[in-house]
Design a protein around this ligand. Sequence first.
Ligand code: MN
Ligand code: MN
Length: 388
Amino acid sequence: METTAYNLEGKLGKIPQPIRGDAGGTDPGPRNVLRDIQNPDILTPPETDKGTIPNLKFSFADAHNRLQNGGWARQVTARELPIATTLAGVNMRLNPGGVREMHWHKEAEWAYMLNGRARLSSVDQQGRNFLDDVGVGDLWNFPAGIPHSIQGLEEGCEFLLVFDDGNFSEDSTFLVSDWFAHTPKEILAKNFGVAESDFADIPASERYIFPAPVPGPLATDKVYDQQGPVPQKFSYRLLEQDPIKTNGGTARIVDSTNFPVATTIAAALIEVEPGGLREMHWHPNTDEWQYYIEGSGRMTVFASEGKARTFNYQAGDVGYVPFAMGHYIENIGNTPLRFLEMFKSNRFADVSLNQWMALTPPEMVRATLNLNQKVMKALQPTKNPVVK
Ligand code: MN
Ligand code: MN
């Protein structure tokens, strides 16, 4: 039996075995050792895990990738992760100049730029337009039904899109090329006041993502805008926000209070230092959809009735927490753990276990949990999203 394997850092280490104290036993195989190394808390769960909790993890690495001339796109929706009914996500790459074609959809689109830069364009129902270049850490939000396009700039780009319906499909958006291809040419001619022959060269089917030259500077792409710009900007520079700093990391919260156009999706960008913890908490309003950007973490979700299950997450993974369930996220790696937590809501809201206990009559807390004076004194009345 093999006893060593390469770990995530490419170092040779002992093959993990599902053994915890006196419980478990070796796994002689067949087995997927790389998967086991990525999921130490699935292979060998903490003793406190109990009962049946649905799967709360799906990696974009396991999602079908749609390769196009100009980029690619893959999605994690309720079809991949059935419990994730509130939100769905798309991970997309646009090569330099690559275009995600002019389109719209029934869902609102919230996004976070992971790499590179892109040019966004949109026009609302009153003919007011929006044109902006976004870079790493910038967000955008297109309201439901509002048309838009995205184009990669010199270095191309990669981003995460989040939609406010778990059953969203990136393959069923309304594409302008698809509409043209499925409209009688005499109607196109009448609609635009030109001849049918003027539409001889339109695409025969949808383009979706296609290559194009890198556009010039933003100022050269300005168009006629008699109605002026959209009243609420569709983009937001999240990294320009002063984060909440704690001894274990940082948190940046963005919702309709500071990004007014984002009326259906609220989010937090969390950074946890090695050994740090996104504190024990829950959300009083809705489910949580997570996207892991870097590092290595673990989360235990407490589901009441004595049920709890622990999952591991790395860059490119999606995590999910059903409404009201208690959870923490611990950085178990040697580098910062960064992730986004998103909610189908106009407001970010969480309840801190520590703060709740600190602000409850102490005799009640002590009598309930048999806590000693040391624990009682350590309770914090102020919220600390990340602790160490
Ligand atoms: Mn879109
Ligand atoms: Mn949470």
